[in-house]
Ligand binder design. Sequence first.
Ligand code: FMN
Length: 245
Amino acid sequence: MNEILKLMNSHTSVRNFKDYPISDETLQELIRAGQSAASSNFIQAYTVIRVNDPEKRKIIAELAGNQSHVEDAPLFLVFVADLERARLSTTLHEEKMVHGQTEAFIISTVDTALMAQNVMLAAESMDLGGVYIGAIRNNPQVVSELLDLPDHTYPLFGMCLGYPDSKNEVKPRLPLEIVLKTDSYQSGNEVELLRNYDETMEAYYEKRTTANRTDNWTRQMARMFSKPLRPHMKDFLESRKLNMR
Ligand SMILES: Cc1cc2nc3c(=O)[nH]c(=O)nc-3n(C[C@H](O)[C@H](O)[C@H](O)COP(=O)(O)O)c2cc1C
């Protein structure tokens, strides 16, 4: 296995950081690496906001369900899916943006996620670690106001970064046969593979050194998808002129 594959396979989210700052140079290097990601139609539909203000961090940490690492991490970034520059570009050419297109929403979300994952991987290559914070979407309105986000943008997720103080054991992923198929989705043995994976995950959750518990993957999914997921998101996106049609 080459060094890049080793690095990728050793990913774990990091939530505890050494009290050691990340320099501006390092941040700029990370963002440049993020920008190297492929981008749909080269829209580069993202903006990254570094949140330094302790008061803003505190508010975001709380609305993200009291995730203390949002306050404590040396670096906290908010990744904004951004179609505002595209809108501005249309006005520079006497055109008018067609608002609220589902396709544009998908493009901006995908672009931002690809960029962010490049940032994460670049960080890990520099012995940094981090964790995504999707929970900023618990209250995306407040995050948008705190960061003065214009219409045609929305805060997709945050990311805590820093030098790891401790790390979890690598979490086993779904078996390859479940995520890689040939010619057809249908394989027939999905349930059996999931049951095997549940056993793997049960062993992982029981043995891991931090936050060990009795749980498995399908149970986790059942809990999650049997209730509404941030049902405010549709109205929120509409309020940002990102309604979908
Ligand atoms: C978009 C996204 C949002 C996430 N949001 C959170 C979060 O709000 N808080 C958190 O502790 N972890 C969050 N995570 C981390 C996942 O829980 C984690 O990646 C997953 O459990 C796999 O564990 P690993 O990253 O250690 O391999 C998020 C991950 C992604 C990709």
